[in-house]
Write a protein that binds this ligand. Structure first.
Ligand SMILES: Nc1ncnc2c1ncn2[C@@H]1O[C@H](COP(=O)(O)OP(=O)(O)OP(=O)(O)O)[C@@H](O)[C@H]1O
Length: 200
């Protein structure tokens, strides 16, 4: 349902790729290979050549807000711009119900952003990224700062998203994580994507 057609920027691409609903595509590759550039192109955050389509509808042909409501990008370092956690979630949503599954207490909804640890920010940013209407999650090292227990919690949540039909593009340096989560694995090197050995 997500299709990348000739996506290219700087030294990355052109990349053609189709990712189905419920598929988890893991992308590995050396530092500086262009993994984040690729995710940012799919999120339509930087100027680039080519186009992305969702169920045949072109990103270039729809308002940026409509694309980003369906295709969510979780950067390696999340952005926070208001004082408290709750202010970053749409009002009227019961996002706090999702906190325990990520190892966070319900009162974390009221915490000031300034007190959040790196791992707390990372898990809360993931909670922010998921939700009704989201079809694709673009995940840049979503567990890089986490202990083993929280890695497992995040991976469970991601597996549940896949089971619900969300497509994941997962950038990770963790080959074991790729093996656990991915339905398909690709390696980005020299600006091109290639199949890796050990792909599920
Ligand atoms: N705006 C830019 N202008 C020029 N070069 C850039 C720009 N953004 C990124 N790059 C370069 O493009 C290359 C790919 O960057 P990118 O962040 O995508 O790497 P990555 O594969 O995600 O690496 P890492 O695993 O270290 O996060 C890097 O050499 C980076 O310095």
């Amino acid at each position: 349902m997500l299709e990348l057609r000739g996506l290219a920027r700087l030294n990355v691409g052109p990349i053609d790729l189709v990712v189905g609903a419920g598929e988890c595509l893991a992308i590995t590759g050396p530092s500086g290979a262009g993994k984040s550039l690729l995710l940012r192109m799919v999120a339509d955050l930087d100027p680039h050549d080519g186009d992305c389509l969702l169920d045949g509808r072109s990103c270039a042909g729809m308002p940026a807000t409509a694309w980003r409501a369906q295709v969510r990008y979780l950067p390696a370092e999340s952005g926070w711009w208001r004082e408290t956690v709750a202010e970053h979630f749409p009002s009227g949503t019961d996002f706090a119900a999702g906190l325990p599954a990520l190892g966070l207490p319900a009162e974390a909804a009221r915490w000031p952003v300034a007190r959040l640890s790196t791992g707390e920010r990372q898990r809360l940013a993931l909670l922010r990224a998921i939700g009704p209407g989201v079809r694709v999650l673009l995940l840049d090292e979503p567990t890089s700062g986490l202990d083993a227990g929280n890695v497992a919690a995040v991976e469970s949540l991601l597996a549940a998203q896949c089971a619900a039909g969300v497509a994941l593009l997962l950038v990770t340096h963790d080959e074991a994580q790729a093996a656990r989560l991915a339905t398909r694995r690709l390696r980005l090197a020299g600006g091109r994507l290639a199949t890796t050995e050990g792909a599920a």
